[in-house]
Design a protein around this ligand. Structure first.
Ligand code: PMP
Ligand code: GLN
Length: 391
C-alpha cells in the first residue's frame, strides 16, 4: 500500500505528549509530574454517590443524549451560584464525555473547512488536532513571557482576525502557562468578538483553581458575549476524577443544539452513573471549593520553591495545576531533549512546552510540571531535582 494509512489531517500529530510521557514514567519508575492528573481521588462522598447510582441502576443504560436532568440542573445552578449566569437546563446545557469531547464537538459543529480558528499559543494539544479534524486552519496568538508570568498581546490578537476567522478558542485559566486572563484582557476579547461577529469557545476546566485573589471571569458574563460564547468545563479537574470523563457545555439553545449535532455522533452519551455523582459534586458547599483551592495553592508554592532552588526559572501560575519553568538557567536549551533525559538524570517526568506551539522556537526552553500530587511526592520530586541540578 503506497498511501499512508493516517489521513493528511492527522498526520502531523503522532501520539499525544501526555501518553508518551506517562509511558516514560511507567517505564523508568520516575515521578510523573507530566500528565495532569491528581494522585489522590476526589471526595469520598462523591465516590459513594457513583457507587449508589450504579447499585440503584441509575445510568447503567444509555442516559439521555443531552445528559441526565439532575446533572444539567446542577450545571445550570453552578453557573448561577458562582457567576450569576442563567442557563435553561433543558435547552442550554449539554453533558459531554469530558471537556475533550466538548471541544471536539464544538469545533466539528461550528467550523467549516477553510475557516480560521484563533487559539492562544501554547495551546492544549487536542485543540490543534480538533481544528484539523474539522478542516479548519489554526491561527496561533502567542502568550509571551513577561517577568514571572505570561501576557496576551491584544494587538497581536486583533491583527490575527481576518475575514475568514470563524471563532476564537480561548482557555482561561490557561494550560500550560498558568495565566488567568484579566477582566481587561477578556473585555478586549469580547469587544473584538462583537465587533468582528465571532464566536468564542472558551475552555474553563480550571475555573476553580485560581490563586492569590485572582478572579476567574467566564467570558460569557461580559456584555454581548452570552449569545456568542460556548463555555466548556469538566468534573475531572474540579473534583479530581479525571477518569470519569464528565464534561459540559453551556451556551444558547442554538449553539448547544449545534454542538449536540456533532456530539451525538461521537460518543452519543457517556459516563451514565458518574453523571449522577457529578450532579452531587457540583452542589458541594463552598468549603469544598475553598479547601481544594487552598490545597493546590500550597502545592504550587512547594513546587515553585523547589524548582527555583534547583535552578529553574519559574513562571508562577495564577491558576491551573501546572508550573511552566525555564531550563536556560540550568545551562540547557532544548526542552524536548531535556524532558526525554529527565527520568534518567533526576527520576522525574515533565512535559516539554514546545509541543504546544506552532512557533516551536518560542516554546523550546520551557517545560511544564504538574503539582496535583501528594505533598510527599512533590517533596521527593523537588529534592531529586535539587540533587540533580543545584550547585
Ligand atoms: N482542556 C484543558 C485546558 C485541559 O487541561 C484538559 C485536561 N484535563 C482538558 C481540556 C480535557 O478535559 P477532560 O479530561 O475533561 O476531557
Ligand atoms: N489535561 C491533562 C494535561 O494537560 C492531560 C489530559 C490528557 O492526557 N489528555 O496534562
Amino acid at each position: 500500500m503506497t498511501r499512508p494509512l493516517l489521513n493528511r489531517r492527522l498526520a502531523e500529530f503522532g501520539t499525544t505528549i501526555f501518553a508518551e510521557m506517562s509511558a516514560l514514567a511507567a517505564r523508568t519508575g520516575a515521578i510523573n509530574l507530566g500528565q495532569g492528573f491528581p494522585d489522590t481521588d476526589g471526595p469520598e462522598e462523591i465516590r459513594e454517590a457513583a457507587v449508589r447510582a450504579l447499585h440503584d441502576g441509575r445510568g447503567n443504560q444509555y442516559p439521555p443524549g443531552p445528559g441526565v436532568p439532575e446533572l444539567r440542573r446542577a450545571v445550570a445552578d453552578h453557573q448561577r451560584r458562582f457567576y450569576g449566569l442563567g442557563y435553561d437546563p433543558d435547552t442550554e446545557v449539554l453533558v459531554t464525555a469530558g471537556a475533550t469531547e466538548a471541544i471536539a464537538a464544538a469545533l466539528l459543529a461550528l467550523v467549516e473547512p477553510g475557516d480560521e480558528v484563533i487559539a492562544l499559543e501554547p495551546y492544549y494539544d487536542s485543540y490543534a488536532a480538533c481544528i484539523a479534524m474539522a478542516g479548519g486552519t489554526r491561527v496561533p496568538v502567542t502568550l509571551r513571557p513577561h517577568g514571572d508570568s505570561y501576557v496576551l498581546d491584544l494587538d497581536e490578537l486583533r491583527a490575527a482576525v481576518t475575514d475568514r476567522t470563524r471563532l476564537i478558542l480561548l482557555n482561561t485559566p490557561h494550560n500550560p502557562t498558568g495565566t488567568v486572563l484579566t477582566r481587561a484582557e477578556l473585555t478586549a476579547v469580547a469587544e473584538l468578538a462583537v465587533e468582528r461577529d465571532l464566536l468564542v469557545v472558551t475552555d474553563e476546566v480550571y475555573e476553580h483553581l485560581v490563586f492569590d485573589g485572582a478572579e476567574h471571569l467566564p467570558l460569557a458574563t461580559l456584555p454581548g458575549m452570552r449569545e456568542r460564547t460556548v463555555t466548556i468545563s469538566s468534573a475531572g479537574k474540579t473534583f479530581s476524577f479525571t477518569g470519569w470523563k464528565v464534561g459540559w457545555v453551556t451556551s444558547t439553545q442554538e449553539l448547544v443544539t449545534a454542538v449536540r449535532s456533532a456530539k451525538q455522533f461521537l460518543t452519543y452519551v457517556a459516563s451514565g452513573p458518574f453523571q449522577y455523582a457529578v450532579a452531587e459534586a457540583l452542589r458541594l458547599p463552598d468549603t469544598y471549593f475553598n479547601a481544594f483551592r487552598e490545597d493546590l495553592r500550597a502545592k504550587r508554592d512547594l513546587l515553585c520553591t523547589g524548582l527555583a532552588d534547583a535552578g529553574f526559572g519559574v513562571f508562577r501560575p495564577a491558576g491551573t495545576y501546572f508550573v511552566t519553568a525555564d531550563i536556560r538557567p540550568l545551562g540547557e536549551s532544548d526542552g524536548i531533549g531535556f524532558c526525554r533525559s529527565l527520568p534518567k538524570r533526576a527520576g522525574v517526568v515533565a512535559i516539554p512546552n514546545a509541543v504546544f506551539y506552532d512557533d516551536t522556537e518560542a516554546g523550546t526552553p520551557y517545560v511544564r510540571f504538574a503539582f496535583c500530587k501528594r505533598t510527599e511526592v512533590l517533596m521527593d520530586a523537588t529534592e531529586r531535582l535539587r540533587t540533580a541540578f543545584a550547585h
